[in-house]
Ligand binder design. Structure first.
Ligand code: BGC
Length: 237
């Protein structure tokens, strides 16, 4: 079945129709910069623009970069704080809304590197923040928020997100040291059997993954930047 998937990020809002059986986009995706400040009304306008662009009348799934419980936004670390308490399902007109990393993880588990993996699998997305999706035998434990673990008295994502690498002008190697320290902490807490690295940086895995030394097998996501869109669509089924 085709579902429109929309991925709301800190810098861009991306959407495309998805063949949810194949896990592929059926049309070229549309990306519109996230309005700044990223308040609910202007973001909802962009979502409506994407729906209109594809003349979409079927089911829609939308990701959000914060905790979402039963469609209600509970946290908003990288978008405007006025999101907190907003019923996003209702705002977007009765669509399914879920956390962005959870969506990306659902896509990787269905179609990418997490396919047919039993045990504890952890997907971590490195972008504006750090997102997490925890799976046990393929079942998602939603809203784990492991980007906000404390490291050196700070939110881990402030030290080790992809944005932190850019903002602090770190070399890939220096950033990899921070990522490794973070992953060692996560590894200690969950003893996962596999860690999947997602987000825009998954395309550049060869630049930093060789410098990340942990005991758990670690692989870049297979679906790269499309995981959020595909996972949003799958979640709406
Ligand atoms: C948010 C998470 C989100 C992640 C990636 C974090 O700051 O708290 O909910 O998944 O960023 O966007």
């Amino acid at each position: 079945m085709d579902v429109l998937g929309i991925d709301i990020g800190g810098s861009g809002i991306k959407g495309a129709p998805v063949d949810t059986d194949a896990g592929t986009l059926t049309q070229e995706r549309l990306r519109i910069p996230t309005p700044q400040p990223a308040k609910p009304a202007p973001v909802a306008e962009v979502v409506a623009q994407i729906v209109k662009h594809f003349s979409w009348e079927g089911p829609i799934g939308v990701t959000f970069p914060g905790v979402v419980v039963d469609g209600v936004v509970m946290t908003a670390a990288n978008v405007h704080h006025s999101w907190i308490g907003v019923d996003a399902n209702e705002l977007f007109g009765g669509v399914r809304v879920l956390n962005d990393a959870d969506a990306a993880g659902l896509a990787e588990v269905a179609f990418g590197r997490g396919r047919d993996q039993r045990g504890t699998v952890l997907m971590l997305t490195f972008g504006t923040g750090i997102g997490s999706a925890l799976f046990r035998d393929g079942v998602l434990v939603p809203n784990t928020e492991l980007g906000h673990l404390e490291l050196h008295g700070k939110d881990a994502e402030q030290r080790a997100s992809a944005l932190a690498r850019e903002e602090h002008e770190l070399s890939w190697e220096k950033w990899a040291d921070r990522v490794e320290e973070y992953l060692r902490h996560v590894e200690m807490l969950f003893s996962p059997s596999l860690i999947i690295i997602g987000g825009g940086v998954s395309k550049k895995a060869d630049k930093f993954l060789p410098h990340v030394h942990i005991d758990t097998p670690i692989v870049p996501a297979a679906l790269e930047n499309e995981a959020g869109i595909i996972g949003a669509a799958r979640a709406a089924l």
